[in-house]
Design a protein around this ligand. Structure first.
Ligand code: FES
Length: 116
């Protein structure tokens, strides 16, 4: 059964920052963009890059390994690796693009809760 779990305080994250958290027995990533908080898988669906070491620009998260990009508002793929042409086609054939898992977040008082 899914439930909301407190994972942080709103003061733990500055605007535009990310923090690795653990909820429901899984490593996740919590991000703040403006006054909104987002929660997603901590590892890239391509080949498992540690997304906490990636970069966040608005809601666009870029993986540090092969630079796939995901919109953290819903996890959809914006770019699958930084490969191009036939090499990208082969990579997609071998490992088709998959969205980043995302999880609902809510704020209660000064607490950040994630549904997991
Ligand atoms: S592991 Fe993230 S793009 Fe390859």
């Amino acid at each position: 059964m899914r439930e909301f779990i407190q994972v942080a305080a709103i003061t733990d994250l500055k605007n535009g920052s990310m923090k690795k958290i653990r909820a429901g027995g899984q490593d996740l990533l919590l991000a703040r963009v403006g006054d909104r908080y987002y929660c997603m898988d901590a590892f890239c669906p391509h080949l498992g890059g540690d997304l906490s070491e990636g970069t966040l620009a608005g809601t666009i998260l870029t993986c540090p390994l092969h630079h796939s990009q995901f919109d953290i508002s819903d996890g959809h793929v914006l770019r699958w690796t930084d490969l191009a042409g036939i090499v990208l086609a082969a990579a997609k054939n071998q490992r088709p693009p998959r969205p980043l898992g995302t999880y609902p977040v809510k704020i209660e008082g000064k607490a950040v809760l994630v549904e997991k």
